[in-house]
Design a protein. Structure first.
Length: 216
C-alpha cells in the first residue's frame, strides 16, 4: 500500500491480473513502478524533514553564536549561566534532529548512541551530535565531565585585565573555536541535505517522465 489511506497497490495489481491475460507481465511491471514511486516520495519526505530539523538547529544556534562573537569582540566573557541558557535552546533542537534520525528508513543508517556518544548513524546526525557533546562539556552541561566547570570558568580581576589587552582564557578560546566549528558542521550538513533533496526530486521527475512520456 502506498499510503495508509487511499490507493491499495496490492488490490489494484490483483485487479489488473484478473483483467489481463494470464502471465501478462504488465501488472507486475506496474507494481514495480508503484514501489519505485513510493521509495522516492518517502526519500523526499525524509530529506525534507532533515532540512527542516537542521534549519531549526541553525536558527536557534544564531543567538548563541552572536553572543559568543559579540563578547569576544568587546573583550568580555558572558556569565556561564547566560551561555548555558542560550545553548540549551540549541541542544533541544539537536535532540529533535536525533529523534528523527533514529527512525529514518530511506536516507541512511539509523542513529544510535552508546554511553551518551554517537555510535552509528547517518553522517548529519553523528556530526551534529558529536559537536553538541563537545560544547556541552566545554560549558559544563556534560554530567560525566567529572569536574567543577563553574569554578574553572569563573573570571577573576586578573582575567578581566588580560581580556582588555586581548589575552583570553584557554577555555574561552576553545569555546570560540567550537562555536565556529559547530556553525560550519551544521551549515555543511544542511547543504548536503539540500543536495540530496534536489537529486531525489530529479530522479523522481526522470522516472515520472519515463513512465508517463511527458515532454513538459
Amino acid at each position: 500500500m502506498i499510503y495508509k489511506q487511499g490507493l491499495n497497490a496490492e488490490e489494484l495489481v490483483a485487479a489488473l491480473k484478473r483483467a489481463f491475460p494470464k502471465n501478462d507481465p504488465r501488472p507486475e511491471q506496474f507494481r514495480q513502478i508503484l514501489e519505485q514511486f513510493q521509495v522516492y516520495h518517502q526519500t523526499l519526505y525524509e530529506w525534507k524533514e532533515v532540512h527542516n530539523a537542521l534549519d531549526e538547529v541553525i536558527t536557534s544556534f544564531a543567538q548563541f553564536s552572536s553572543e559568543i562573537h559579540r563578547a569576544d569582540a568587546e573583550k568580555t566573557i558572558p556569565p556561564l549561566k547566560t551561555l548555558r541558557n542560550l545553548w540549551y535552546a540549541v541542544s533541544v533542537k539537536v535532540d529533535a534532529l536525533l529523534e528523527f534520525a533514529r527512525v529514518i528508513n530511506y536516507i541512511g543508517e539509523r542513529y544510535e548512541e552508546q554511553g551518551g556518544q554517537p555510535s552509528g548513524g547517518a553522517s548529519w546526525a553523528v556530526k551534529v551530535s558529536a559537536m553538541r557533546n563537545q560544547i556541552n562539556q566545554q560549558i559544563g552541561l556534560d554530567e560525566a565531565s567529572g569536574f567543577d566547570v563553574s569554578a574553572q570558568r569563573s573570571i577573576s580581576l586578573v582575567d578581566k585585565s588580560k581580556l582588555m589587552i586581548g589575552i583570553r582564557p584557554d577555555w574561552w578560546v576553545a569555546l570560540y573555536e567550537l562555536n565556529n566549528e559547530f556553525n560550519h558542521v551544521a551549515y555543511g550538513q544542511m547543504h548536503w541535505a539540500d543536495k540530496k533533496l534536489r537529486e531525489t526530486a530529479t530522479e523522481l521527475y526522470t522516472l515520472s517522465k519515463s513512465v508517463f512520456g511527458s515532454e513538459r
